[in-house]
Design a protein around this ligand. Structure first.
Ligand code: BMA
Length: 830
């Protein structure tokens, strides 16, 4: 084996981020002090950090996620804040030809002063800010001071001058500031605008020429890969350089060196998305030279692959499929939002855990949604290792913008900074202009003035593609999500490009509505649920634990959506007798909804080539569309995803009351009750599958059964013959199905022909016992969506919220441990 997957080994920060020794970097992270501008009292502030993180650490504010504390916390950002520190520079450091203060992230409106002299002003959170310090910097002590103006006041005042149009879930005027939009609120996010030095700060003591980045291009031909290198050199005072030296190191340690010429790799180990092959990674080191002397070093880690999106006219419209190394991929995954509203809490360990959880759920793709910020390097490192194709939105969402010359200059710099930072990642699959604005403009959602509407085309169809041609010429660009290719040409056309489908949920359509569509690639569709009891407890008092309470509604940001959950619930389950059962039922609703969609689209592989559900994660504890909650706890949906995204999946298209919606008062009404199985094989090998099915009564007794062995070609979906049960009783039959390969169970599920609330469930008398690192669950009747929880412990199971025929099921503890396990199933929703 060329490459030993190291993904599940312990969490490490990749070695390729090592600091170089040519150029001196003085880190300015660590202990600073902070005060409100109108308050003389300083408090300590750890940098990277923010107003909130400093106030929280000093015990000077309440947890903003608790109950409705968000309201006071938001008001804290009506004030301005000052961050300050002193640092020392040695004589040797002073002797460098050039000194540059670099801030990798300033949130957002900051005046930067060194020794009392104003160096400049920052106004874009998404940029790297560099300020020449020569002439002001001195040997010995230096005082660095950053004055942050209130983001709340800024957007309010600017809005009076320039009306901005966009989502009403956020503070008015939010599009006027280049700051993660969702920090001003979203339909899952609090209004906690915060401010601070949110990424590394450093002083560079460097030469007059330095390497900002290197563009690495790949040519794949006749089984070999040729790499070419274009250094992006930053110079001051006509700083000169004469060449570069490149070293590429393969995963097995083989070195290729050049003086800047192309490097040819004859035996490339190709990078693949999860499920299609390994994720071998190559180290690249580039040195900037002047007459044989090294001026600067630059390192990255990359992977060898071709990646594009295939769009071909066909009988349905136009295809849309990620194609990696020539293989068309059915993309499976979720939409990613910022992991925390308090950005200091986002760290490599936490992100890597989240990406590991995505891989555990068999994701091969993830979409970075445009209303947050461009994630940290470690996010992409983790995706490179896990094999998740990253769909990367530029940070524009649900808003229109005033394209003034200053704004254009600002966003161009933002694009260059981020493209250069991210372009070498093999996981980076696509750059996308924005979230939902092509649709917003063409359907005139926000009734914006013509100038802002025409700026749409300028920004996403001229400016960004122009920058990408220079900075990442081989990457695939897509103007918006959703889009049919641009030009405001029916962006949400179901037969072309990608689609956001919200008729289930926002449109109140039943889950079965998914089956009416054969989208080419769905990049958003979703369904909300409540987080589990432990998570609810983190932000409530006992008296708040009613979904219509003031506090529960503060933690529900989609207008009256708790009522929406109840509406869908009424169509599906019996009325839950207590609060905790309601939380569980809501998670099952969500999981069933998304399963309904994904399985249908996987059955239609070829026509549809992607199912990315909204959304993977949360940024605070809240009722939302997430499959993993703020604390990293898997909701039922994430366990379902692990099954419905499995490379080999057996799924069932059943016909019953849900799909036919009969008039039940017109007894006797005609109703087809049938089941048609389908096997999706998303691997690159043909699979021999043993399929067995049974029709059973609520006690699990077999009424009818069948089995067959089927060969399913690689990268395809295959239908089996439909079984008709129309003459069987409606409320007393369920259909159970299992796929085995080499005797091993690979996929299992069951369907009802009526809504679960009407099915005549028998008490399955569930039990659970532990043997080593295994749990053994028993049921003596059909048990649907069996959920295991473990007291106060957070335990990750190899499977959960699964259906069981009577008998025994063994599952493993993947993470965490505990002694007391509780089991329940749909039978308990009463
Ligand atoms: C889509 C997303 C988000 C939003 C979600 C749920 O439109 O792009 O803006 O949170 O729907 O409404």
């Amino acid at each position: 084996v060329l490459y030993r997957p190291r993904y599940f080994e312990k969490i490490v920060i990749p070695a390729h981020r090592r600091k170089d020794d040519i150029m001196k970097k003085i880190s300015l992270n660590g202990l600073w002090q902070m005060r409100a501008a109108d308050d003389p009292v300083w408090i300590p502030a750890q940098i990277p950090g923010s107003v909130y993180s400093a106030l929280l650490a000093a015990g000077r504010m309440e947890d903003p996620y608790y109950r409705d504390n968000e309201l006071q916390a938001c008001r804290l950002l009506d004030r301005d804040y000052v961050f300050e520190r002193v640092f020392t520079v040695s004589a040797e450091e002073m002797s460098a030809p050039c000194h540059m203060l670099v801030f990798h992230g300033l949130d957002t409106l900051a005046d930067i002063r060194l020794n009392g002299v104003l160096l400049g002003h920052a106004d874009n959170m998404h940029r790297t800010w560099k300020f020449r310090a020569d002439g002001i910097l001195k040997e010995g002590e230096n005082r660095l001071s950053l004055y942050f103006s209130s983001p709340n006041r800024y957007v309010a005042e600017e809005f009076k001058k320039t009306p901005a149009f966009g989502s009403t879930d956020c503070t008015q005027g939010f599009p006027l500031l280049r700051k993660a939009h969702c920090m001003f609120g979203w339909d899952w996010g609090p209004r906690l605008p915060d401010a601070g030095i949110w990424r590394d700060a450093e002083l560079l003591c460097c030469d007059t020429a330095r390497l900002d980045s290197v563009l690495i291009r790949q040519k794949h031909q006749d089984g070999a890969v040729t790499l070419s290198f274009r250094p992006d050199v930053e110079t001051v005072e006509n700083g000169s350089w004469t060449g570069i030296q490149v070293t590429v190191t393969s995963p097995e340690g083989k070195e290729y060196r050049s003086e800047g010429e192309d490097i040819r790799i004859d035996d490339p180990a190709l990078w693949w998305p999860n499920g299609y092959g390994g994720q071998p990674l190559y180290q690249v080191s580039v040195s900037l030279m002047r007459d044989g002397r090294k001026l600067d070093d630059w390192h990255c880690r990359t992977g060898l692959r071709t990646m594009t999106v295939t769009r071909e006219k066909d009988e349905y419209g136009e295809s849309f499929a990620f194609t990696v190394n020539g293989v068309r991929i059915f993309a499976m995954g979720g939409d990613y939002i910022p992991e925390d509203n308090i950005l200091q809490r986002v760290n490599p360990e936490r992100t890597r855990r989240l990406i590991e959880d995505c891989r555990l759920a068999n994701y091969n793709a993830i979409r970075v949604w445009g209303g947050g910020y461009y994630p940290d390097d470690w996010f992409y490192d983790a995706c490179d290792e896990a094999g998740l194709i990253v769909w990367q939105d530029f940070m524009f969402a649900c808003a229109l913008y005033e394209l003034t010359p200053a704004f254009e200059e600002n966003i161009r710099a933002e694009f260059i900074d981020n493209i250069r930072r991210l372009r070498h990642h093999p996981a980076l699959g696509l750059w996308c202009g924005n979230n939902e604005m092509e649709q917003g403009v063409s359907e005139n959602w926000y009734d914006a003035p013509p100038a802002q509407r025409s700026a749409y085309i300028q920004m996403y169809e001229y400016i960004i593609p122009h920058v990408l041609r220079a900075e990442d010429p081989d990457a695939f660009y897509w103007p918006a999500s959703p889009s049919s290719g641009g030009g405001l040409d029916e962006p949400n056309d179901p037969n072309r490009g990608d689609v956001h489908y919200w008729a289930v949920w926002h449109g109140n359509k039943p889950f079965t509505d998914y089956r009416n569509y054969f989208f080419r690639y769905v990049s958003e569709f979703g369904f909300q649920s409540f987080p589990c009891m432990k998570t609810v407890e983190s932000f409530t008092l006992p008296e708040d634990r009613n979904i219509f309470s003031y506090v529960m509604e503060k933690h529900q940001r989609n207008n009256s959506a708790n009522g929406k959950i109840m509406n869908y619930l009424s169509q599906t389950f019996l009325y839950p007798g207590d609060f905790d059962t309601l939380l569980y039922a809501s998670q099952l609703l969500q999981a069933e909804a998304i399963r309904y969609g994904v399985e249908h689209w996987r059955r239609n592989r070829g026509r549809c080539m992607g199912a990315i559900y909204w959304q993977t994660n949360d940024c605070w504890p809240v009722a939302s569309w997430a499959s993993i909650d703020y604390f990293g706890r898997w909701k039922a949906l994430h366990y379902y995803a692990r099954r419905f995204f499995a490379p080999v999946l057996l799924s069932c298209q059943e016909e019953g009351t849900l799909s036919q919606d009969p008039n039940v008062n017109a007894e006797p009404y005609p109703l087809e009750k049938s089941a048609r199985l389908n096997i999706s094989n998303e691997t690159t090998a043909d699979k021999e599958c043993e399929v067995s099915w049974s029709l059973r009564d609520p006690g699990g007794n077999i009424i009818r059964q069948g089995s067959e062995t089927v060969t399913v070609p690689a990268l395809s979906a295959k239908w089996l013959e439909k079984q008709d049960f129309s003459d069987e009783p409606l409320y007393d039959r369920y259909f159970s199905y299992t796929l085995r390969m080499d005797g091993q169970e690979i996929s299992h599920g069951s369907v009802l022909f009526c809504a679960p609330k009407h099915f005549h469930f028998a008490d399955p008398h569930l039990t659970c016992r532990k043997e080593g690192d295994e749990l053994i669950i028993t049921a003596d009747a059909y048990a649907r969506a069996v959920e295991i929880t473990c007291g106060d412990q957070d335990v990750l199971f190899s499977d959960n919220c699964f259906d069981m025929d009577p008998g025994e099921k063994r599952i493993k503890l993947l993470r965490g441990d505990g002694e007391e396990f509780t089991v329940r199933s749909v039978w308990n929703i009463r």
